[in-house]
Ligand binder design. Structure first.
Ligand code: CP
Ligand code: NVA
Length: 308
């Protein structure tokens, strides 16, 4: 049985297979939305943080696959009153077929996966956001940006950055990361990415200059400067990220046909200007829609791995 806890855990072949499956399911859905790949299965969706896209894409996704989604907020569960993750995992695994979790610490997922006995999906942790990256890569594919692309990530070295590093490391493309000093990706992730790059041929570089990163890029992407759980650092972060907004001047350094991606929610006037966001909105909302198709791909793929 396999889980989907990080891109690091999967081979290049697995990742591309999930993308192909998501593409296929998306095409099929244009003709018929409801195809019961997961007939009568239940997906638990455990949230310890807020969500719009992740909740909707998984809940609608499992419904369209013939199953049922259960929204489980930690505020309403005994978990919120001190029941352990280990026990919650064992209970849920007895009744639910697959579980998606959005939480803070990646270790919670590891523990859940160890005890639940059913496939567990990472719906975002402080370390990674792998389900988002599957939608992002599907979007790159649809817009013709998967042939040796140069991807520039501008902003905070966070869960999105880490996930881009794992994807580039596995698939072997060029990723340039520009962060302010003190906001670089975690060292353990840099070490893992370097190891992966040795095998795949990926080129992953780090700079404090957004212009250096964006110069000649095919894909420019960013994320909020203030992730969930960092609200109290807002003032100092906004100061530290001065000069890191993806605006018209910065975007003009990328290739003429470069696309802009954003996992959303976007904060215009901070990590991206309103002008850049709106002029690339068609791709950004393709990316948001692709959460649905990519998440269906992951669930169908995981189900097929259960007996392997
Ligand atoms: N991009 C993303 O995961 O959005 P939500 O936080 O709304 O789920
Ligand atoms: N880095 C952001 C991503 C939101 C989808 C966060 O963790 O809040």
């Amino acid at each position: 049985m396999k889980h989907f806890l990080s891109i690091y855990d999967h081979s290049k072949e697995d990742i591309l297979e999930i993308i192909e499956l998501a593409s296929k399911i998306k095409k099929e859905a244009k003709v018929k939305n409801y195809i019961p790949y997961l007939q009568n299965q239940s997906l638990g969706m455990l949230f310890e943080k807020s969500s719009t896209r992740t909740r909707i894409s998984f809940e609608v996704g499992i419904h369209q696959l013939g199953g049922q989604g259960l929204f489980l907020s930690s505020n309403d569960l005994q978990l919120g009153r001190g029941e352990s993750m280990k026990d919650s995992a064992r209970v849920m695994g007895r009744m639910i077929d697959m579980i998606m979790i959005r939480t803070f610490d990646q270790k919670v997922l590891d523990e859940f996966a160890k005890y639940s006995g059913v496939p567990v999906i990472n719906g975002l942790t402080d370390k990674y956001h792998p389900v988002q990256l599957m939608a992002d890569y599907l979007t790159m594919k649809e817009h013709g940006k998967t042939d040796n692309p140069i991807v520039a990530y501008i902003g905070d070295g966070n869960n999105m950055t880490h996930s881009w590093m794992m994807l580039a490391g596995k698939l072997g493309f060029e990723l340039r990361i520009a962060t302010p000093k003190g906001y670089e990706p975690w060292q353990e992730i840099i070490d893992d990415a370097n190891e992966l790059a040795k095998i795949s041929g990926a080129k992953i570089t780090y700079t404090n200059d957004p212009k250096v990163a964006v110069n000649g890029a095919d894909v420019v992407t960013t994320d909020t400067w203030i992730s969930m759980g960092q609200e109290e650092e807002k003032e100092e972060r906004v100061k530290a990220f001065d000069g890191y907004m993806v605006d018209r001047d910065l975007m003009s350094l990328a290739k003429n046909d470069a696309i802009f991606l954003h996992c959303l929610p976007a904060y215009r006037g901070y990590e991206v200007s309103d002008e850049v966001f709106e002029s690339h909105a068609n791709v950004v909302f393709d990316e948001a829609e692709n959460r649905l198709h990519a998440q269906k791909g992951i669930m169908v793929w995981l189900n097929a791995q259960k007996d392997k």
